[in-house]
Design a protein around this ligand. Structure first.
Ligand code: ATP
Length: 137
């Protein structure tokens, strides 16, 4: 529907791209509903990426996602989930379209700067995990 959840991943924060990424998000027509600097625990990251538990890169992914702070945010726009997936671009930056966040800021398949929810259902689950109702505007 009209909301999605995003994280600026540890690489995006480490590399000084919080401002640049937020600028692309707002220029892309998304309104920031909630936002915070936080850090995933190992348990959080394992649960968040449980769908990939059997994949060879799972351990590396959990280590990466927990190694430093992230920016968690809820974004609002018509058709938010799909339009935000378009704005971030392909998982592998080599395949990311010109003008996408990953084209500009991702460094590899693993360290790809941003997350965007893949469904309305997951957007709601991920948003509720990070934010209380009174933190959403
Ligand atoms: P995200 O869920 O983080 O928004 P995505 O939906 O584009 O990313 P998924 O296929 O759900 O991609 O993979 C989740 C994350 O796992 C990727 O963003 C990436 O960081 C990591 N990942 C996926 N495939 C690989 C791989 N082959 N090697 C290393 N890391 C990978």
């Amino acid at each position: 529907t009209n909301r999605t959840f995003t994280m600026i991943k540890p690489d995006g924060v480490e590399n000084g791209h919080i401002g640049g990424i937020l600028n692309m998000i707002t220029e892309g027509g998304f309104r920031i509903v909630a936002m915070k600097l936080t850090q995933l625990t190992v348990a959080d990251a394992k649960a968040f990426y449980a769908v990939h538990a059997e994949r060879p890169f799972y351990g590396e992914l959990v280590e990466f996602m927990t190694r430093g702070p992230i920016v968690a945010a809820i974004l609002e726009k018509e058709n938010a989930v799909e339009d935000f997936r378009t704005l971030i671009g392909a998982t592998n930056p080599a395949n990311a379209a010109e003008g996408t966040i990953r084209k500009k800021y991702a460094t590899s398949m693993g360290e790809n700067a941003v997350h965007g929810s893949d469904s309305d259902e997951n957007a709601a689950i991920e948003s509720a995990f990070h934010f209380a109702g009174r933190e959403m505007f």
